[in-house]
Design a protein around this ligand. Structure first.
Ligand SMILES: Cc1cc2nc3c(=O)[nH]c(=O)nc-3n(C[C@H](O)[C@H](O)[C@H](O)COP(=O)(O)OP(=O)(O)OC[C@H]3O[C@@H](n4cnc5c(N)ncnc54)[C@H](O)[C@@H]3O)c2cc1C
Length: 380
C-alpha cells in the first residue's frame, strides 16, 4: 500500500511493478484538482524518467524547457548558470498539476490501482501487518459530506506500507518517526497569465533581497510563477501574505520585475490567490521500520532553492522499491542502506545549501541572512 499519489508515490508504484510486485494499491487524498507547487526539474531527471519507463510519454507533454538559472545573488549583478554543457540537456518548468496527473495516469495505465479521494487517517497492527483507516474526501479536499455514512470511511489491511504523503509524513509519524527540522522557510506564491506574446526568459530567475529571496519561472501555457521565500515572522512584518504588499515588494526587485519589460504584473492577471505555504527542511530520524518505508518529502524535505524535491521523490521511489522487493523475497534487509542513502543525500543537500546562502553577504544585520549563515551540518 502506497499512501500518497504524488511524484514519490507514483514513482514507487512503477518501480515496485518493475521489481515484479503486482499487488499494489496507491491511495491518494486529493483528486489532482487543487494547485500543486514545485515546478523546476533539473536535467538529470531525464535519467530517472527513463528508468521508470516514462521518458518518451513525458516528452510528449510539452512542458516548458528550463535552460538554467540567472541570479542576482551576492552582488547587484546577475550571474548565469546555464545547462548548455549538461550531458542530460535542458531541465523543465512544469505545469505541476499536469505532471502529477500524468504520473497518476501512467500508474493506472500499467494496471496498478490508484484510488483518489481517500485520506489516510489511522493505523494499527493487524495479522497481515498494518490496518489502515481512510476518510473519504470530496473534490475540494474536505470531508465527503454528500456520501452515505458507511461509505465515508474505509479500512484496508496491508503487509507493507509506503509513506509518500509529502511533508505531512503522516504514516511515519504514526510509527514514532520524528522530523529533525533544519529550517522553517515560508513561501508566498502567485501564478499569473502572461500577456501574448511574451519574451520572458526560459531561465529560472532568482533575486536575493534583505528579507529573503524571490524567484520567477515561465510555465507552459504562457503562465508565470513568482514566489518569495522568507522566515514566518518576516512574511508578516513585510506584509508578504497580502496580495497588494506582495506585489509592491515584487515591483521593488532590481532585476525580476524589470525582466517583464513593458508587461508588468498586475493583480488582475493573477490566476490564483496568493498561496502561502511552509517549505521546511527536515530529515526523518528513521526513514523506515518493520514493514514500512518513507519516500520523497515524507522522508526528507529540501529548501526550494535546491530545486531537487521532485527529482528526490522520483529517485527515492526507485531506491525504496528495492528495499520492499528484498523484504518480499526474504533477502537480507536493505533498510540500513536506504537510511544511509537518504541521510547522505540530506547531508550533501545541506552542504550545497549552506554554500549557496553563504555567497550572500550584503545584509549582515538581516535576521533572515543571519539565520542562514549560522546553519549547521547534520554531523559536525
Ligand atoms: C514553495 C515550494 C517550491 C518548490 N519548488 C520546487 C522546484 O522548483 N523543484 C522541485 O523539484 N521541487 C520543488 N519543491 C519541492 C517539491 O514540491 C516536493 O519536494 C515534491 O512535491 C515532493 O513530492 P512527494 O511525492 O514526496 O510529495 P507531494 O508532492 O507533497 O505528494 C504527496 C501526496 O500525498 C497526498 N497525501 C497527503 N496526505 C495524505 C494522506 N493522509 N492520505 C493520502 N494521501 C495523502 C497528497 O495529496 C499528495 O498528492 C518546492 C516546494 C515548495 C514548498
Amino acid at each position: 500500500m502506497i499512501l500518497g499519489g504524488g511524484p514519490a508515490g507514483c514513482s514507487t508504484a512503477l518501480a515496485l511493478q518493475q521489481q515484479g510486485i503486482t499487488q499494489i494499491l496507491v491511495v491518494e487524498a486529493g483528486h489532482y484538482q487543487t494547485i500543486r507547487i514545485g515546478e523546476s526539474l533539473p536535467p538529470d531527471t531525464r535519467l530517472l524518467l527513463e528508468q521508470l519507463g516514462l521518458l518518451s510519454d513525458f516528452l510528449q507533454e510539452s512542458h516548458e524547457p528550463c535552460l538554467g538559472s540567472c541570479a542576482c545573488w551576492g552582488s547587484d549583478k546577475l550571474g548565469y548558470n546555464d545547462f548548455l554543457f549538461n550531458p542530460s540537456g535542458h531541465g523543465w518548468h512544469l505545469d505541476r498539476n499536469r505532471f502529477d496527473r500524468f504520473l497518476a495516469k501512467q500508474v493506472v495505465e500499467r494496471g496498478i490501482t490508484l484510488d483518489p479521494g481517500w485520506r489516510f487517517q489511522t493505523c494499527k497492527s493487524s495479522a497481515l501487518g498494518f490496518r489502515l483507516g481512510f476518510q473519504k474526501q470530496n473534490e475540494t479536499g474536505s470531508k465527503g459530506v454528500d456520501v452515505a455514512h458507511d461509505r465515508q470511511t474505509r479500512i484496508v489491511d496491508s503487509r507493507f506500507v509506503i509513506d509518500a504523503t509529502g511533508r505531512g509524513t503522516y504514516f511515519a509519524r504514526c510509527q514514532g518517526a520524528k522530523r529533525l527540522l533544519h529550517d522553517r522557510l515560508v513561501c508566498a506564491i502567485a501564478f499569473f497569465d502572461l500577456p501574448h506574446p511574451t519574451s520572458f526568459s526560459q531561465l529560472t530567475m532568482l533575486e536575493a533581497v534583505e528579507y529573503g529571496w524571490w524567484y520567477a519561472a515561465k510555465l507552459p501555457n504562457n503562465r508565470l510563477v513568482v514566489a518569495v521565500a522568507s522566515e514566518p515572522d518576516l512574511i508578516q512584518q513585510w506584509g508578504l501574505a497580502q496580495k497588494k504588499q506582495w506585489l509592491k515588494q515584487f515591483k521593488a526587485t532590481q532585476h525580476l520585475a524589470p525582466a517583464l519589460g513593458h508587461q508588468p504584473l498586475a493583480t488582475n492577471r493573477l490566476t490564483t490567490d496568493l498561496i502561502v505555504c511552509a517549505a521546511p527542511s527536515f530529515l526523518l530520524d528513521q526513514v523506515g521500520g518493520g514493514g514500512w518505508l518513507a519516500v520523497g518529502d515524507a522522508a526528507s524535505a529540501y529548501d526550494p532553492i535546491a530545486s531537487q524535491g521532485v527529482y528526490k521523490a522520483l529517485s527515492n521511489g526507485l531506491a525504496g522499491a528495492q528495499v520492499v522487493a528484498a523484504d518480499f523475497q526474504n533477502a537480507p534487509s536493505m533498510l540500513a542502506d536506504y537510511q544511509t542513502l537518504i541521510t547522505n543525500q540530506f547531508q550533501d543537500y545541506l552542504q550545497n545549501r549552506n554554500y549557496f546562502y553563504a555567497m550572500e553577504q550584503r545584509w549582515p544585520d538581516s535576521s533572515f541572512w543571519k539565520k542562514r549563515l549560522a546553519r549547521k551540518m547534520l554531523r559536525q
